[in-house]
Structure formats: C-alpha cells, structure tokens
Design a protein around this ligand. Sequence first.
Ligand code: SF4
Length: 71
Amino acid sequence: MTHFNNRPVPLIDLQKCDGCRLCVHACPTKALDLRNGKAFIANSLACEYSGLCEAVCPTQAISRLFEIITK
Ligand code: SF4
C-alpha cells in the first residue's frame, strides 16, 4: 500500500504514464497534476480514492491498491 502522510494514495507507474493528463482532468478533488510530463499526486490530502483516475487512464499507469487484512 502506498501511503503519504499516513493516507493511501494511488500508485503511479512512471514508466507507463505518457502524460496525457486525463487523470488530472478526471479527478473530482484536483489531487493530481503533471510534473515533467508525468502525473503525480499534487495534493494527497485531497485524494478521496474515487478511482476516476484509474478508470480514465489509457495505459493503466495509475492504480489504487487495497490492503488485504488477515487476522
Ligand atoms: S491518465 Fe494515465 S497516462 Fe494519462 S497522465 Fe494520468 S497516469 Fe499518466
């Protein structure tokens, strides 16, 4: 699980990201932006884990990971 300030954030595979900016526009809380042609989490506190970025990404570069908790 990827965390930032103890909050889960989507994982971005920079090898796959082609900088199309679709995720930046899709994010309802403006948590994403582009830097050096690649997506990054610009505001991790804004991320509500909606998954819209994951849905629009044409290269599967951005994904939400879920932690499986076993007892
Ligand atoms: S939608 Fe995917 S390929 Fe496009 S900028 Fe976002 S992470 Fe990169």
